[in-house]
Design a protein around this ligand. Structure first.
Ligand SMILES: Nc1ncnc2c1ncn2[C@@H]1O[C@H](COP(=O)(O)OP(=O)(O)OP(=O)(O)O)[C@@H](O)[C@H]1O
Length: 311
């Protein structure tokens, strides 16, 4: 579906994406990375909005920057709010469909169907300025799917949605992928992507850090050095256990000595043993936290490994 060959995009001196080489087969993929990692830049390259500064890319075997017919096969839901306050959803979506060269009557009927799919039929004649954020988001999705594209590209589609809206969005995206069509879905929240697809592309600093299924990435992370934090009255009694193994890099106390941070070179070794140690030594440990279990820190870990700074 998509092929990138050493693609870089520079904004003057700022790197948007950096030497990306990847092949994405037809299917659903979550594009995940912290703010500023290059997700939107990559999306803009895929839709031909930008040309790569270096390298080449193909989408459905076309060059997006020069073959404008490709846009007919792509539905884009950008992160930015692009709606006009005095225009109704039906007018706006019909207009967007017409831009693909589809006749007026057919465009209107496609727009109505798409707005119905996202649950906007009742409100579609009202000016969009009166819509809630969730309604605007659903209208943007309707615009993206109305011309029946083969590949849907969404930039942060869950932004501003309440739990009901999120649930509806997940259902809609799952139906889309169940029909065998392509989906690229950018987010910086892992759970949002996990609810729709198990295939990920992780980017950071414009570079691809890892790709694969959630299981593959989880096992990669399990092999990636990380820091854990143990909390409880008996954490001091674990120190001799950590001192005896060679996969602990550092330990650090808090002031009240009931919280111990441990830097692990081989996290799986730790997870294999910790329960046995606590049971055998009859310890009271109330919490096990992974302070760098959040995605951004995991990215940092992967990035260090990518640079050859970590094993
Ligand atoms: N028009 C621009 N001019 C200069 N720098 C830019 C421009 N657009 C993006 N950048 C820079 O390129 C890098 C990648 O930005 P990009 O918007 O692609 O990331 P992102 O992953 O989509 O971030 P976010 O999640 O915050 O939307 C960042 O360092 C950003 O500051």
């Amino acid at each position: 579906m998509i092929e990138l060959n050493h693609v870089s995009k520079m904004y003057g001196n700022v790197v948007g994406v950096n030497d990306l080489t990847l092949e994405i087969p037809t299917g659903a993929f979550g594009l995940i990375g912290p703010n500023g990692s290059g997700k939107t830049t990559l999306i803009n390259l895929l839709i031909g909005h930008f040309r790569p500064t270096l390298g080449t890319l193909r989408v459905f075997d076309c060059d997006p920057a020069s073959d404008r017919r490709l846009l007919r096969r792509i539905g884009l839901c950008p992160a930015s709010d692009v709606l006009y306050p005095n225009v109704s959803a039906i007018e706006w979506v019909t207009y967007q469909v017409r831009l693909h060269g589809i006749a007026r009557t057919e465009s209107r009927s496609l727009a109505e169907t798409a707005l119905e799919t996202v649950g906007m039929t009742d409100a579609m004649h009202r000016p969009m300025g009166t819509y809630s954020l969730g309604m605007r988001q659903r209208t943007k999705i309707a615009q993206a799917i109305a011309h029946d594209p083969d590949l849907l590209i969404l930039d942060e589609p869950y932004n501003g949605l309440d739990p009901v809206g999120r649930n509806d969005m997940t259902r809609l995206l799952k139906e889309w992928t169940d029909n065998g069509r392509g989906l690229i879905f950018a987010s910086h929240v892992l759970q949002e992507i996990e609810s729709v697809t198990s295939s990920f592309l992780l980017i950071h600093g414009g570079r691809l850090l890892a790709s694969g299924t959630a299981d593959e990435i989880e096992s990669l992370l399990a092999e990636t050095p990380q820091e854990i934090c143990l909390v409880g009255n008996d954490v001091a009694k674990l120190i001799h256990r950590f001192a005896d193994v060679d996969w602990v890099d550092a330990m650090d106390w808090n002031q009240t000595k009931d919280e111990l941070r441990v830097s692990l070179r081989e996290p799986m070794e730790f997870y294999d043993r910790i329960a046995t140690w606590i049971r055998d030594d009859r310890l009271t440990i109330s919490q096990l936290r992974t302070p760098n279990g959040n995605l951004e820190a995991v990215f940092e870990s992967l990035l260090r490994r990518h640079r050859g700074e970590a094993p």
